[in-house]
Design a protein around this ligand. Sequence first.
Ligand code: 1GP
Length: 230
Amino acid sequence: MDFKTWRHVFKLDPAKEITDGHLERICRSGTDAILIGGSDNVTLDNVLELTERIQIYNLPIVMEVSTIDSVAPGFDYYFIPTVLNSDDPQWIKGFHHQAIKEYGEILEWDEMVAEGYCILNADCKAAKLTGAKTDLSADDVVAYARLAEHFFRLPIFYLEYSGIYGDMELAGKVKEVLDETRMFYGGGIDSADKARAALAAADTIVVGNIIYENIEKAIETVEAVAETAD
Ligand code: 1GP
């Protein structure tokens, strides 16, 4: 299934515990895909362990690569973030360059999807780790979206508020200027209402934390998206 048709994605963190029962509910919920990724303590072992448990369900599985050491074979896609609002070149193209230098001969380029991240929650781990400049105006963010689509021609622009629910008016403005590039929104979606509002302002919504906090609410986000289907 092409990631360009996905509307709802669950992001599972391999460093967090999840019971088999909850995992089954997540995987049978009707979500379009499972994204595996996290900001810290992601290891090859915990990635493989979680992936094995998900593979029994017939769902696309994506690895969102945060460290080169934890990359495993067998995923449908590898999403590779480049943090557009970081001023640290390592997070824009440095680690990418290292990885390509090492594995360039054997990489399956068709499976790789670059994500242009714009991280807007200053307190989230990803923002701290990457030195993201989060104090941005709406014009700044819209310009990053245009940079992603027209300059770098990235397939995904990811508006990331990880941990808090973001500014949907801003998200809507971003979506308006994107045409070819798919807009992902993630952060603080913990109810059907928030899922609906975020989906109105983005192409694809990503739901993470609530999986570990309230499984019922997590499932509701999928149902809300299904209700908006044609
Ligand atoms: C995190 O965008 C995702 O990378 C989802 O955010 O965990 O806040 O749902 P939450």
